[in-house]
Every structure is written in C-alpha cells, then in structure tokens.
Design a protein around this ligand. Structure first.
Ligand code: NAP
Length: 321
C-alpha cells in the first residue's frame, strides 16, 4: 500500500500540531507549510519536527502555495492557517481578510492548477453565524457574521463550496466551535483561566480578571476536533459538517471547575473587569452535531470537566518545572 501524503497549513498552530501528530500516527508522510519568521515559532512542533517536512510558504503569496503543492503532491490538504484571533480582526481587518479569506482563494486556485485530485479541508468557524437566529446552529443556519474574522471565514467557506460545485474538487468545510488544549495561547479565555489558576496555586499570581462570567460557550478538546477533520476527508463524498461539543458551559462554570481542580474557592480570587467584556458578545453559539454523528460517526471523546482538569494539570506542571 502506498503511503498517503498530507499537507497542513497552520502547522505551527494549535490544531496544526495535533493534526500532524495524528497523521504521523496513521502512517502519513506529513508536509507543513510554514511562513518565514525572524525568530523560531516551532515550539508546538519541535518534539516531532524531524519526522515531517517543513516547506516555506505564505497564504499571501500565490506562487509559494503552488510550489509547495507541486513539491509535496499531497493526497490531502488541511487549511488551518488563519489570523485566528477575533479582537485583532477589528484592528487589522484588511490583513485578516488577506489571510483568512483571500488566502483560501489562493489555495483553492493552487489546488485546481497543481493537484486537482487532492482532498481539501477548510477550517470554517462558528463565528460565521455571529448572532444566529436559531440555537443550536446546524449546517443550514444562516450566516450573520458580526466581526471581520467571521466575515472572512464566511467568504472562505463559500469559496470552498463553490470550488466543489464548479470544478468538482473534493473540498469540505468543518465549522468548528471553540476548541482548546494546553497548546492554546493564553490570550484565549479558557487557557487564560487554567494558566492563571495554576499561577495562583503556585503563589505566582493572586487575582484572575475576567469579563462576563455568564457568557456561555460550546467548548471541546482540540484533539477531538482534529480527529473529525481527518474523518471528514476519509468519506466517499465531500461534505460540510459542524464540529462541536453540542453543549454550553458558562465562564463561571469553567472558573469553578478550574479552581476546584486545585482545591481553592474561586470567589476569593476572581474579579470582573468590564475592560474584558467582548464588545459584540454572540448569543448562545452552540453547535448541533447530529449530522456529523449520524453520517460519519464522530462525537467528542473528552468531556468538559476532563478538558479543564488536563489543562490545569498541564499548566501546574509547566509552571513548576
Ligand atoms: P492558531 O493556533 O492561531 O494557528 C494559526 C496558524 O496559522 C499558525 O500556524 C500561523 O503561523 C498560521 N498562519 C497565519 N497566517 C499565515 C499566513 N499568512 N501564511 C501561512 N500561515 C499562516 O489557530 P488554531 O487554534 O490552530 O486554529 C486552526 C484553524 O481553525 C484556524 O483557521 C482558526 O481560525 C480555525 N478555528 C479555530 C478555532 C479554535 O477554537 N481554535 C475555532 C474555530 C475555527 P505562525 O506560527 O507563523 O503565526
């Protein structure tokens, strides 16, 4: 049997690093597109970087994408690269569109020209729903993005579907809701909480400042999410799916759970700071996972409590070492 080849964009990010590990475990030859940086950004992949091939390219540069695809000749391409932080999309809206929207056009066009039989996964986001008119959201819920990141992801989503319809390419969109892990940046609220709780337990901090404690999110583990991405590209026909936990928890429930993990009372340490309120708080973003469950048999393996425990545990160990 010939070895399957996969190309991952966004290899150095949270999802890219977990997906590469999954594909290596499955015996794939893995290629990662990495943009040039003046200092190393390989922290999340250093432990396996000898087992993959890193190719230099950038979503801003069409010819680099064509060269990378022509060189790797991948059977599967996972586009996980993006400007992925919503607040920055308000201060850098044009750059966000360049990476997150037009970058996908460049990639699809490169696939069409250089490797039209490759299977393509596009990382869509629940931010395309913005303030949805129904809850939970399904694959048929109307898109009403409410920030430049969501708008850029909506463009990329529809371009991916258009290339499937017009050129008969095997292209899929996975609409992921928030997913977390010890590899998540501390600017995101889940990791900010687990990291600060570990700091407080170790005497390195004494306060956790948060915004709206009643805000609810649909959270799952990044390892579960990347497994869904891989599964989607193994199906006979390309299709689009919501990837979520199907449940919501409030920030307060997350905080309580994280402080419980270290045996402390959250009310002694948490203060609410309006500066952390997100200006356009989306209402009840929660994914309906009936389609992905029924059609391809995916559902998350890790519970919310398990995820909180493993992240607090990781942060405690990392800060103590
Ligand atoms: P992440 O950790 O922020 O990683 C983003 C990756 O994109 C990094 O490897 C980054 O490379 C790369 N990148 C950015 N601009 C690029 C460019 N111009 N050319 C090439 N590479 C570029 O994101 P993530 O959490 O793994 O998320 C993966 C994907 O899922 C993203 O598209 C994100 O928008 C989407 N998503 C994520 C979530 C979530 O909860 N995590 C939810 C919904 C959707 P550098 O290392 O060089 O910066």
């Amino acid at each position: 049997m010939t070895t399957k080849k996969a190309l991952i964009t966004g290899l150095t990010g949270q999802d890219g690093s977990y997906l590469a590990e999954l594909l290596l475990d499955k015996g794939y030859e893995v290629f990662g597109l990495v943009r040039r940086s003046s200092s190393s950004n390989l922290d999340r992949i250093n432990h396996f970087s000898n087992n993959i091939q890193i190719l230099s390219g950038d979503l801003l540069d069409q010819s680099s994408l064509m060269d990378v695809i022509a060189e790797a000749q991948p059977d599967e391409i996972y586009n996980l690269a993006s400007q992925s932080y919503v607040p920055i999309s308000w201060t850098q809206p044009a750059l966000t569109a360049e990476y997150t929207a037009l970058g996908v056009s460049r990639l699809l066009e490169s696939i069409r020209r250089c490797k039209p039989n490759a299977r393509f996964y596009q990382a869509s986001s629940s931010e395309v729903f913005g303030q949805p008119d129904e809850s939970p959201q399904t694959e048929r819920t109307a898109f009403r993005p409410r920030n430049p990141y969501g708008v850029a992801k909506a463009y990329a989503h529809w371009m991916t579907i258009n290339y499937r319809q017009k050129y008969n390419l095997y292209t899929c969109c996975g609409i992921t809701y928030t997913h977390e892990s010890p590899r998540r940046g501390t600017e995101f609220v889940f990791r900010k909480i687990t990291h600060t709780v570990a700091q407080i337990k170790l005497g390195l901090a004494n306060e956790l400042k948060l915004g709206n404690l009643e805000a609810r999110r649909d959270w799952c583990y990044a390892k579960d999410a990347v497994y869904a991405m891989w599964l989607m590209l193994q199906q006979e026909q390309p299709n689009d799916y919501i990837i979520a936990s199907g449940e919501t928890y409030s920030v307060k429930e997350l905080v309580e759970c994280a402080f419980n993990c270290v045996g402390l009372n959250w009310e002694d340490y948490v203060s609410v700071d309006p500066a952390f309120y997100r200006p356009d708080e989306p209402v009840q973003l929660v994914g309906c996972i009936d389609k992905i469950k029924t059609e391809i048999g995916w559902q998350p393996e890790y519970s919310f409590n398990h995820l909180v425990e493993l992240m607090v545990d990781y942060d405690l160990k990392k800060l103590s070492s």
